[in-house]
Each structure stands twice: as C-alpha cells, then as structure tokens.
Design a protein around this ligand. Structure first.
Ligand code: N01
Length: 554
C-alpha cells in the first residue's frame, strides 16, 4: 500500500462499499450531504468482492437478495438463476455503482486504521493505513458482518511451503485444482459450497470435518422467463411482506400468499403432514426449509423432527453408512448455526476421489510441508483450503481502533461483548452509526433487506436531525442497556444459544460468548424501529455540537 496522504472534510464518512456502503452513499447524496466511502478492496462488492471461491453463490433467492429501493433498477436487472453465483452478484453491485455514479466518491484500496471522536467539534477523524485523513460529522460503519476471515492456529501452518487459501479472501485469478491433491478444512456454508466444485476439479479432495452441518438442497435453476416476469410484477408486495416478517426469514418464496407465510406449530400437524411439509420444502429447495413449522427454533420436538428428516436424507443419499453417520449432525439443533444451502453436497461423498476425515475422532496435529498430519495418520496434499469462517459481526468494527468520548476505546467497551442500541449506535460514541450492527437482526435472514431498512433509518434520522438544527446523536445508556437485555432475553427463548456458532462468537478462541443478532425477526424489529421514530427517536439523545461540547466541558 502506498502513502497517499489525502486530507479532506466531508459531512459523512462511510466505511465499506458492499451492499450497505453503496446504498448509504446513495441516500446521503439524496440528503444533500457530502460523503466519502473508504473501501479496502479494489472494487465495490464487499463480501461478493472477496468471496470468490469455487461454488460461491447466494444462499437466498437472489431476486429478493437485491435492492428494492429503485423500481427501475429492480425491473431492469435480470438475474439468470434463482441462486446467483458470485460473479453475477459482483456484476450487479458494479452495475449499481455505475448506474448511480457512485464510484467518484469511493476511495478503493484504502483501509481505515483509526477513528477518533472530537467532542469539541462533534466530529470524527478517520485515518487510513496509507496516511489519509478524513474529517466528518458522521461516521458510518458499513463494514459487513462476515468480512474478517479467520484461519485457526495449527502447529506448522505458518512454516508450511504448501499454498494456503481462505475462502473469504480468494485469489482473483482463481485457483486451478486440476491434477492436485487438495485438503479442505471446515464444513460450514462456505465449505459446503466449495466442496462439490473442488471435488469435480481436483485429483483428490480430503475434507477435514470437525462438526457436521445441516444443509438442504438449493434446487438452483435458471429463471423461467414467464415466472420471472410475474415475480417482477409482485416485487412491491413481496418486499412488503418480507419486511413485515410475514414470509420466512430470507424470503425464499416467489409469490405472496398463505402458502409461503409462517406455518403452524408442529404439535398441530400429524406425522404424515409433518413429513409432507418437510418433503415439499426439501424438493422446492432453499433455506425456507426451517420455516416448515413456526416453532422449529424454539421447540426441541419440532427441531428434532426437522433434524431427523435431514438425517434421513443424508442416509438415503450417502452410499457408505459410516460416512453418512459422520456427516449427520447430532446434538446441535438444526438452524442454530446458519442452515447451509447446497448443490450436491452429500452426494459428493459418493465420489471415489473424496475422503472424509472426522476430526472428532482424529484431530489435526500439524500441517507439514507435504500435507496434514492428524493424530492417527498423515496425508499428502498439494494445497490447503481453509473454509474456517469469520470473526463475525464485531470483527471488522473492532479491527478499526475506535475512540469515543473522553478517549474511551470501543474495543474496551465491548470487551465482554458488543453493546448497542438497536444495533445502530453505541453509547459514548456519538455520531458513529452501524449498518446491521450487533443487536440487529442482520445476519438472521436476508441481509440485504436488513441493510435497506438500516440505511433508510439512518438517513431519515440524519434528515430529521438536520431539520431540527441538531448535529449530535448518541445512544442513551439506559436505552442501550435495556436493548442488550432484550436481545439476550429473546435469544434465551430459542434454541440458538445451544450451538457453538459464530452468532455467539463461539468460533473464535477467547471471544466473549454473547448472542449477537436480534432473533425476534425483521417484522418485530421494524415495528420497534417505527415506534422509536414515532416517539421522536426515543432512546437517541440529540443536540447541537456546541451544546454538547459545553456539556462535555462541564
Ligand atoms: O464459516 P462457519 P463459513 N479445525 O463459521 C470449521 C455466510 N455464508 O465461512 O463448527 C477444524 O460457518 C468449523 O467447525 P466447527 C453464512 O451466513 C454465506 O462456512 O467450529 N475445523 C466449521 O465447520 C455462514 O454461516 C454464503 O467445529 C475448524 C467451519 O470451519 C457464514 O458466512 C456462503 C476449525 C467454519 O464454518 C460463515 O460460513 C458462505 C479448526 N481449528 C458463507 N476452526 C452465502 O451463500 C473452524 N473450523 C450467502
């Protein structure tokens, strides 16, 4: 990275040029504010810029995993498949950047190092790793929930001469696996997407699995033109019902109506009805499998029925019963780690060139120059792929050294877990706004609709403050404490805390175990936000900069 030493002052600085940062910039400009977006990558795209591993594709029907804010955009853009692959998503975001002429306000290849709040001026000073300085009234973090990849510490890994890749930071030129003996470590959503594709290309693929995950088929297919035309007519109603939480989580359905709305409790369905419901969802494909019954994430009985159905499918698909058993998750409620959506995952284990190593039985001891040594055996490999996930939700925020009022450090404030009001702001850090921050529903469901809701909330709040001549906004401490309590309480009513998931930070050694997303669903969350607005932005303290400075000086 070269030193650029630019210094500018704008109304708002936005960190990140993925789905959130692009739309935020668009809305800030609509408010007449000057803004700059800082992006570490060389192009827009965020997650879709970095995650280019083979098989990377959306796990939500992409027609709904797209912006709804511009009618012409959603009518004119043509998705080719139900579950678009990474290149198409990247093209879409690139198109959005060009269509709304956003690039001129984005600094690419630039990473934010520090952000410091100046109480006297009620403004933020952002310093980049390459020596730039930006002064801004508002600092908006659109850094993504899954953008800091993690490779576990394994003896010998740092010293190995083998090529090592992480799915979340994949080489742009791709990796040619032809004729190679490949190891992949990790079987979450990324591994589950990559494994079938790498198996097709490689001479041999060894899958090192520590915990089996539940996955359901995507049943991906090209879009049928007539069905797609019909969908486009229904966009407003579909988006309305998705935002209202009337359709399950990510918004798999492509038509409104009772068929896709939240279903009945499992106790109200007979054995035959249960099976039929699971089967039709399995056949249709996609993550809405977990919406079969309304209590799958709250009732052990309902959850076990769904889990049993999937385990039954694994034993039907996988020919070797021992491998089928190793692939079958037990003791982890289905859906408490994000349900993966795959394209031929289980059938991949029927291939002659695929080996499954169960790390529960035979843990990794070290990585060598020739491969991977487990406690019981040693295998030669030409390349190692890590699909070991992310320092999720807080990783990208805390990677920036952020100081707020009185020089307080956000890393210290969040040392025992993130504390926010509505996932939007954190007390002691005025004018710092988070898009889909911890404490919001964000990653549970369709993140694009959550992003749109947050960006619109932030833009409306800034417009309202401007209309009142206010330029300082801060989360009220009591409101924040009450929100954190509510997020925890709500999670405790579900089965979510039973899994060692990244939702809880359990995948990062030493990270506090706190359930980070709001599990109440986007419908309830939206109602709460609407009420906050109706009550004059209740829970947000607002004022004028000089008044705040006087207050700060005492
Ligand atoms: O990461 P993960 P991911 N030794 O944390 C294993 C989104 N996403 O990148 O469970 C051996 O889920 C770990 O094992 P365990 C989606 O929201 C979306 O796959 O900790 N193994 C697990 O198997 C998803 O949930 C799309 O025992 C180790 C795996 O690595 C999120 O990203 C596509 C290990 C990590 O799974 C993260 O998914 C892909 C070790 N030391 C991802 N450490 C879309 O389609 C970890 N593991 C939009």
């Amino acid at each position: 990275m070269t030193n650029s030493n630019r210094e500018i002052a704008v109304d708002a600085i936005v960190v990140g040029a993925g789905f959130a940062g692009l739309y935020m910039l668009y809305r800030l400009r609509k408010l007449g504010l000057t803004a700059k977006v800082i992006e570490a990558g060389s192009d827009v795209g965020g997650t879709w810029y970095w995650n280019r591993y083979p098989g990377a594709r959306c796990d939500v029907d992409t027609a709904m995993y797209s912006y709804g804010f511009d009618e012409k955009l959603q009518q004119e853009w043509e998705w080719s498949e139900h579950y678009a692959a990474q290149p198409e998503l990247q093209r879409y975001l690139s198109h959005v950047a060009d269509r709304f002429e956003l690039r001129s306000d984005i600094w690419f290849d630039t990473r934010v190092a520090t952000a410091d709040y100046d109480e006297r001026n009620a403004s933020w000073t952002i310093a980049t790793e390459s020596g730039d300085t930006v002064h801004a009234r508002w600092c908006i973090l659109a850094t993504g929930n899954l953008s800091v990849g993690r490779i576990p510490e394994i003896p010998g890994l740092k010293a190995t001469s083998l090529p090592v890749y992480h799915t979340g930071n994949w080489p742009h030129e791709g990796v040619d696996f032809t004729g190679l003996d490949v190891a992949i470590i990790g079987t979450g959503s990324s591994g589950i997407q990559a494994i079938p594709e790498i198996a097709k290309a490689a001479k041999h693929l060894t899958v090192y699995q520590r915990t089996p995950s539940f996955t359901v088929p995507a049943n991906n297919r090209p879009r049928d033109p007539a069905e797609y035309a019909e969908l486009k007519k229904l966009y407003p109603e579909l988006r309305r019902s998705l935002y209202a939480g009337e359709i399950y989580g990510a918004g798999e359905p492509l038509e409104p109506g009772s068929r896709f709305r939240r279903s009945v409790a499992i106790a109200d369905a007979s054995e035959d009805e249960r099976r039929a419901e699971f089967q039709q969802r399995w056949d249709r494909g996609g993550g809405h499998f977990n919406g079969a019954f309304v209590d799958i994430l709250t009732s052990e009985t309902a959850n076990e029925a769904a889990a049993d159905f999937v385990r039954g499918k694994i034993s039907e698909i996988v020919e070797d019963p021992e491998i089928a058993e190793k692939l079958s998750p037990r003791g982890i409620p289905i859906g408490t780690k994000r349900l993966a959506v795959d394209d031929g995952y289980y059938a991949t284990f029927n291939r002659d060139n695929v080996t499954l190593v169960d790390l529960r039985d035979d843990p990794i001891a070290e990585v060598t120059d020739s491969g991977v040594r487990t406690e019981k055996s040693e295998r030669r490999h030409d390349v190692i792929v890590f699909a070991t996930g992310f320092d999720a939700m807080t990783g990208a925020i805390l990677k920036i050294d952020i100081t707020g009022c009185g020089g307080a450090s956000l890393r210290e404030k969040w040392a025992a877990g993130p504390r926010t009001y509505l996932g939007l702001m954190t007390h002691g850090f005025p004018n710092l706004l988070l898009v889909t921050g911890p404490g919001s529903p964000s990653v549970l469901g369709n993140v694009v609709c959550h992003i749109e809701q947050h960006v619109e909330f932030i833009a409306d709040m800034l417009a309202d403050a401007a209309a009142r001549g206010e330029d300082v906004i801060e989360a009220d401490l009591a409101a924040e404490d009450a929100w954190v309590e509510r997020v925890n309480h709500q999670a405790d009513q579900t089965l979510y805390p039973r899994a060692n998931s990244w939702f809880l930070g359990a995948n990062v050694p030493g990270k506090p175990r706190v359930f980070m997303p709001f599990v109440g669903g986007i419908g309830l969350y939206r109602q709460i936000c609407d009420q906050v607005v109706a009550d004059g932005y209740a829970g947000f303290e607002r004022g004028k900069a000089n008044q705040s400075a006087q207050a700060a000086r005492g």
